[in-house]
Design a protein around this ligand. Structure first.
Ligand SMILES: C[S@@+](CC[C@H](N)C(=O)[O-])C[C@H]1O[C@@H](n2cnc3c(N)ncnc32)[C@H](O)[C@@H]1O
Length: 271
């Protein structure tokens, strides 16, 4: 079958995702595939395509089939059990970069590094930055290390395993960034199976959903230097709650919305 015949078979998977899948199996860039419409697809590739497409139609994340996904203009390796980078998280990177000068040494801390997409994107855009980043998941840390090596920033990236700040000594970071788990635990069973493959610890906070912000807020003073800032991703309905947690402890903060107009980021300062 030709590329165009295979791609245009009806499916509930979007054309963009079908193109990414076929391009991945043909080992070409998905943008090049549009120029190969009349190419005859080898039978074994056609068979794999139809098999994988069926899995994706049934809810298996395309990103895990591909083994990589784009974030802030770069490709990051992904694997089951580790959160797939989301486009809305790019807002965290943008907000941090707005506040990070291009000169002078900078030291940042990320809590819950996952694939490393946030820290690595920051490191790629600020040569004067070093990042310390932790996660409770060894699988995530191994993946973050691979991604940092792939993007050649591993010499400025210091990974640790632990529960939030737990293994760190008090230190004055210039900023702290995090996309912590923020889904309440009673929603776990109702999440789609494909989403649950990203891991309970990647997604679920606790009974309320905002437990990680409470825990982080109590320790922030020991790790954020005066004049330093923090940027945290939040759930679409958590803006006022999370702002209140930080303002209650004397930090100034504001809630920023994503392109859909939903609460997405809390940014604040220690004066
Ligand atoms: C929502 S994911 C974010 C991953 C990545 N930063 C991103 O934005 O794609 C949250 C991450 O926090 C980690 N995590 C969960 N509980 C943690 C804890 N108590 N201490 C440190 N990391 C934790 C998870 O393993 C997961 O990698």
């Amino acid at each position: 079958m030709k590329v165009k015949e295979l791609l245009f078979r009806p499916s509930k998977v979007s054309l963009r995702d079908r193109t990414c899948l076929l391009a991945h199996l043909l080992r070409v860039n998905h943008k090049e595939l549009y120029l190969m419409e009349d190419l005859e697809v080898p039978p074994q590739v056609e068979e794999s395509y139809l098999k994988e497409l069926k899995r994706v139609e049934e809810g298996y994340p395309l990103q895990y089939v591909l083994g990589e996904w784009d974030f802030y203009g770069r490709s990051f390796q992904v694997e089951e059990g580790v959160l797939i980078p989301r486009p809305e998280t790019e807002l965290l990177v943008e907000e941090a970069l707005k506040r990070l000068p291009e000169r002078g040494k900078l030291l940042g801390l990320e809590l819950g590094v996952g694939t490393g997409c946030i820290s690595i994107s920051l490191l790629l855009h600020r040569k004067n930055l070093r990042m310390v980043a932790g996660d409770i998941s060894l699988k995530a840390l191994r993946l973050a290390k691979r991604n940092a090596k792939k993007h050649r920033v591993y010499d400025r990236f210091f990974l640790f395993c632990g529960d939030l700040f737990q293994p760190l000594k008090p230190k004055g970071f210039d900023f702290i960034i995090s996309n912590p788990p923020y889904i309440p635990q009673d929603l776990w069973n109702s999440l789609p199976e494909g989403l649950r493959l990203e891991g309970y610890n990647s997604l679920i906070a606790g009974m309320k959903g905002w437990e990680f912000y409470e825990r982080i807020s109590l320790e922030l003073r020991n790790y954020l230097k005066e004049g330093g800032f923090f940027v945290f991703e939040i759930g679409h309905d958590q803006g006022e709650r999370v702002k209140g947690i930080f303002e209650g402890l004397g930090y100034s903060s504001e809630v920023l919305k994503d392109l859909q107009g939903q609460d997405r980021v809390v940014v604040g300062w220690r004066y």
